[in-house]
Structures are given as C-alpha cells and as structure tokens.
Design a protein around this ligand. Structure first.
Ligand code: GYE
Length: 351
C-alpha cells in the first residue's frame, strides 16, 4: 500500500513538473509577441519552385523571396526542385508533413498532379499555382500566371507582319523549344504553329533546348550543321536559349538580328534580352512576366480574410521589337501595341 502511495506521489510530481514546463514555454512565446517571427501570426508558406534554369526563373525566385519575407508576415520554405518532377512531388508532400498554411507550386510539368493535390486538399492546405499550368487537376484555389498560347500567337502574328513589311517572301523557321511537358512550352509551340499553319510556313525543326543557355547553344549547333542555308528565322522559347543560339550562330558564321540573314526572337524579355533587342541583335522579344508573387500575396491575404478568390489570374505582358515597322498586332480581336525599344524603354525594365 505504502509503495502504491509513493508511486502515485511520484507520478503527480512528474505531471506537475511537465505542466510547469509547458506553461513556461508557452509563456516564453507570449513574451515574444510583437516580434514578427512569432509563429502564431506568421503565415507558413512552402514554395516548390521549378529550378534555376534561366534568368526568368531567377527573377521569379527573387520576387517570391522578397514577397514572402518575415517582414511581410511570412515564413517561407523554398525548395528548388532542379527541374525534377519526382523531387517536386516530394517537396509538396514534405510541405504537407510540415503543416504549411499554404503551398505554392510552379509545376515543372502540367500533368501528374491529381493525387498529390488531393493529399493537400485532405490536409486542408490551400494550394496556389504560380506561372505554369496544371492541366490534369483543378484541386487548387487559384492560379497566377501567363497565357502561353497567346505569347506564341503574338510571336507568329508579329513575324507574319514583319515578313510582309520587309518583303520576305518565304519564312523558314526553326524552333528551339522549352522543357518538354512544361505548359509554357506547350502554349508557345501551339500558338506559333497555329499562325505558321495559317501562313503556310513549314517549321523546319523544333527541338528541346530545356530553357537553358547551354541547351539553346547545343540545339542551334546541330541546326547549323543540319540545315545550313535553309533557315531564315530562329524562334527561341526563352531568352537564355537565344543567348546560346547566338553563340552557336557566331561560331558557325551565321549572321542574325536586324542586319543579319536570320531573324531571331525570344520569349521572357529579361532586361538583358531587351538590351539585345535595342542593339538589334535580337529582332523581337515577347514578354512573360515573372513577378507574380505579389499577386499571390494578395490571393493569400484574401483567403486569410475568408474572402473568395479568382480561379485564374493573368499577368500583364508586352511585346517588344527593334524596328518600328509593325506598330501593333491583333490577337483574338484584341489589338496589342508592339513596343519599339528605346533607351527609355530599356531603363524602365523592372527585371
Ligand atoms: O519562360 C523560362 C523558364 O515557366 C514561363 O520557364 C516559365 C518559363 C520561362 O525557365 O525562362
């Protein structure tokens, strides 16, 4: 009997100590309130980023890091998925385990998402998709990004008008595509092809340059060997591929740009590309705006207040060219200005 009482007393003592400990630690948190690292007020966001393949991606990452900062009330877990779809799924699953308040995904590929998004839904973690699209699931609250098909259509419409204005009778394009499976690649390819088919152009070849400078150079080196003298246009699905393609053409003795034999254009329109347009090395560039994070922040703030959000939000973008001979193009009934790149336009580029 005595031992039983002793055991009970020891248990009570242990429990009291445990409660005191818990009380002390939560008391500690309270004393820290007002500090913006207080996890009670902080919104925990996990961002599964595509990788670090391009200047566009760097701008997107920087924008996310400065938007989802501690001083803006966030705790950001950033994962660079290095263009690896398995790694990206794993990152999202880790975010679920870590009980994030929100998960942001820039999907490397547009399919393969329904299972993991169902897991997010079951865990009651809202997902915001940024930049590229997901086409096999709608289990996300909002998507903020670009209309990639319109970008491809814009490129085609501009080229058709430019070729007419310049009296180029035969347009013979080569395409350097972005990464396979990315909605940015699919949309740009589809949009450009639609105009090529309408105009009766034959796309000589269309290969994957993986949205990188090295990839663009490699594809262009092989194009220069295989199609010497047979092409007069190179469509690069991002700026970095264009930089690589220029190196390959320099090495192969092919001239390009406003004074060259080959028209070269890019998508993204980072400052470096806009500068190349101004210098006439690139004929035109079709913007894809990487600064979507502040809009995602607005979406999250609305969700925090229990307000409804739009399922799709499109970024504003513009098209830029060296020469002032195609003032505008019309896509699906909407007329868009083609911006002639001047020093002032270049100075005002945000990224
Ligand atoms: O064009 C390219 C990047 O998804 C829109 O990915 C983005 C694309 C962008 O690597 O530079």
């Amino acid at each position: 009997m005595k031992t039983k009482i002793k055991r009970l007393a020891a248990l009570l003592l242990a429990l009291t100590m445990l409660f005191t400990l818990v009380a002390c630690s939560s008391g500690g948190d309270d004393t820290n309130s007002g500090d913006n690292t207080n996890s009670g007020d902080t919104i925990k966001v996990g961002f599964a980023q595509v990788g670090h393949e391009s200047d566009w991606r760097t701008a997107s990452t920087k924008s996310a890091q400065s938007t989802f900062s501690a001083e803006n009330g966030y705790e950001l877990s950033f994962v660079d998925c290095d263009n690896n779809t398995a790694r990206q799924l794993e990152a999202v699953r880790n975010f679920i385990q870590q009980k994030m308040d929100y998960i942001i995904i820039d999907p490397i590929a547009d399919t393969g998402w329904d299972t993991v998004l169902t897991e997010c839904e079951d865990a009651k973690i809202p997902v915001v998709v940024i930049d590229r699209n997901i086409t096999d699931s709608d289990k996300y609250v909002s998507w903020v990004g670009s209309d990639f098909k319109t970008e491809g259509l814009a490129c085609g419409e501009w080229l058709a008008a430019y070729a007419k204005a310049k009296g180029i009778s035969e347009v013979k394009p080569l395409v350097i595509e972005g990464s396979t499976g990315a909605s940015a690649t699919n949309g740009r390819t589809e949009g450009f092809k639609e105009i090529a088919d309408r105009e009766g152009w034959t796309i000589i070849d269309s290969q994957n340059g993986d949205f990188t400078e090295d990839g663009g150079q490699e594809v262009m080196e092989s194009y220069c060997q295989s199609y010497k003298g047979q092409f007069n246009v190179v469509i690069c699905q991002n700026d970095n591929e264009a930089y690589g393609a220029m190196t390959a053409m320099d090495n192969a003795g092919v001239t390009y740009g406003v004074d060259g034999d080959v028209i070269i254009v890019s998508f993204d329109s980072n400052k470096r590309a806009v500068e190349l347009v101004k210098d006439g090395k690139l004929n035109a560039t079709f913007e894809c705006n990487p600064l979507a994070a502040p809009t995602v922040d607005e979406v999250i703030k609305k969700l925090e207040k229990g307000e409804s959000v739009e399922k799709e939000i499109y970024m504003k973008e513009s098209w830029l060219a060296n020469e002032d001979i195609v003032p505008s193009i019309t896509i699906n009934g909407t007329t868009h200005e083609i911006i002639h790149v001047t020093d002032e336009v270049l100075a005002n580029r945000a990224y």
